[in-house]
Design a binder for this molecule. Structure first.
Ligand SMILES: Nc1ncnc2c1ncn2[C@@H]1O[C@H](COP(=O)(O)OP(=O)(O)O)[C@@H](O)[C@H]1O
Ligand SMILES: [Mg+2]
Length: 512
């Protein structure tokens, strides 16, 4: 280790039309350091790293490598300078093998066959050195997301990266896979590499980083030594105000079964079963957390219950009535709230005003419609009340939904879906992309609904949230329930094994 920092980014400013994504940001990276870049969604983390990786040129500011002013013209240039990046969305070619993917785009000089053999040996060496387990001959489509990520890391190391940028690598992993990744990261830095690790999760920052830089609204708020800070302090820097980390979850005596799913089979868009013979019950006054790695049938299950995707077989009953083949229109009479994972595509009409979005479900009813005419006064005052109650940060309810930040858009969806006192709530990733403060707000609204007697199916990939909120936890893997457990009787490790499909819970917890 030397005292000269490996990298300095000085006063980096990067704008997109109408957006100041990076505002005079400073970042310094030492040799052999794991440096966390922490910030909520939209804080400017990926943009800053894309500047470093040569994908964007900064409007202003200077990058120094080993104290020398450097311009990074392109990703190829970044790689030539020892900088590698693993993006949030992988850039691998599914039909090609691991070796072929690693070699892709590299000049070869010895003929294809010899190059291939040499590359494979090299990959195995890297794999062994850093504990990046992978079979070089397998095609990418055959690999789990965690393994694909390892291929991306190998690809960067193969090209000689000394600095690795990992953009939210933990977002797609199970707890065990995250531990594995951290192990790899430790080996990388002990071999003299440096890492910039992007995340919005405080626990991960505390566990793995040497230092952390917090970004908020495009600006670097502060850089601190991890050992000298706390989760609460980091949360405050990230959100800009105090965060309590406290949920009020009084015991609720569950009522009758509100949602009953039996032997359900639902296909995905490619007509392949994504939900397979799944059975699950949710009672009134109960939150059932559905835990799982993304893409294990959660989306198809939620859509089937909400009447947006017809099941192949099996049954769905809501409040005792068979709704298996009901569409979303039929379900309007069922007082069902659906908080979709993709609030842009399904949750809101972005070009419509908030007041219009807020009555999208009930504009045909009194007082919003009287004898076929819309009552604008009632619609507006309804919107004003909801904006206030759900703490939507907006100049008024008459602006279009697209002008709001993601967190506030989510609050609008929540306000609309929860204001009618639903009997059943299907909440798919309702806190995705929200900062810790907004997350807490959403969780508390759901707990209010539980206290009211709503049955809630809470779909999430965030184990901590699932453990905090749920009365029971169902773990889904490849469309099947691996087991149902109580949050008080399970650890994240056990949940992780179930999410990975390697563990069935020995005993099924009966619904209370
Ligand atoms: N290519 C782009 N064009 C326009 N706006 C962008 C682009 N990339 C990012 N932004 C905007 O810049 C801001 C910062 O985004 P980003 O760097 O992706 O944040 P983070 O990675 O911290 O979630 C956001 O408001 C985002 O919408
Ligand atoms: Mg990002």
């Amino acid at each position: 280790m030397t005292t000269t920092p490996f990298l300095r980014m000085e006063n980096i400013t990067k704008t997109f039309p109408g957006v100041l994504a990076n505002n005079r940001v400073n970042l310094e990276l030492r040799h052999g350091e794991i440096h966390a870049l922490l910030g909520e969604n939209g804080a400017g983390k990926s943009t800053l790293m894309n500047v470093l990786y040569g994908l964007y040129q900064p409007d202003e500011g200077q990058i120094y490598l080993n104290d020398r002013p450097t311009t990074i013209h392109s990703p190829d240039d970044a790689i030539a300078k020892g900088i590698g990046m693993v993006h949030q969305h992988f850039m691998l070619v599914p039909p090609l093998s691991v070796t072929e993917n690693v070699m892709l785009g590299l000049p070869g000089d010895k003929g294809i066959l010899l190059n291939h053999q040499a590359a494979k040996k090299n990959i195995l060496d890297i794999s062994l050195t850093y504990g990046l387990e992978v079979n070089p001959d397998l095609p990418i489509w055959n690999l789990s997301v965690g393994t694909q990520q390892r291929v991306e890391i190998i690809k960067a190391l193969y090209r000689g990266a000394k600095l690795l940028i990992l953009d939210e690598p933990s977002a797609v992993l199970t707890p065990q896979e995250i531990e594995g990744l951290f192990e790899v990261m430790r080996r990388l830095v002990s071999n003299g590499n440096s890492i910039i690790f992007i995340t919005h999760k405080l626990d991960e920052v505390m566990e793995i980083s040497d230092r952390v830089t917090v970004l908020r609204d495009g600006a670097a708020i502060q850089t601190v030594e991890t050992q000298a800070t706390t989760k609460a302090e980091l949360a405050r820097m990230m959100v800009g105000r105090e965060v309590l980390f406290r949920l009020d979850k009084p015991p609720v005596e569950p009522g009758p079964v509100t949602l009953e799913i039996t032997n359900l089979v639902v296909n995905d868009d490619r007509a392949v079963p994504a939900v397979r013979q799944l059975s699950l019950q949710v009672r009134a006054g109960e939150i059932v957390g559905l835990a799982g790695v993304d893409g294990n049938g959660q989306k198809e299950l939620a859509e089937a219950v909400a009447g947006l995707r017809p099941p192949q077989s099996g049954h769905i009953r809501i409040a005792g009535r068979e709704t298996t083949h009901f569409n979303s229109g039929d379900l309007l009479h069922f007082n069902l709230a659906y908080i979709p994972a993709d609030r842009h595509r399904e949750g809101l009409v972005l070009g419509f005003k908030l007041s219009e979005n807020l009555v999208a479900r009930n504009f045909r009813r009194r007082p919003f419609s009287v004898r076929g005419f819309l009552n604008n006064k009632a619609i507006k005052s309804h919107a004003r009340q909801l904006v206030q109650r759900f703490d939507v940060r907006t100049p008024s309810a008459e602006v279009t939904a697209k002008t709001l930040s993601g967190g506030n858009q989510q609050k609008v969806v929540l306000a609309r879906e929860l204001s009618e006192n639903p009997d059943l709530i299907i909440a798919a990733h309702p806190t995705r992309g929200l900062d810790v403060g907004a997350t807490e707000f959403v969780e508390n609204r759901l707990l209010e609904q539980r206290a009211r007697g709503a049955a809630i199916l809470y779909i999430s990939t965030e184990l901590e949230e699932i453990l905090n909120l749920s009365d029971r936890i169902a773990v889904i893997h490849r469309g099947e329930i691996m087991g149902i457990v109580r949050p008080t009787e399970v650890t994240p490790e056990i949940l992780g094994l179930m999410m990975a499909g390697t563990l069935h819970s020995a005993v099924e917890v009966p619904s209370p």
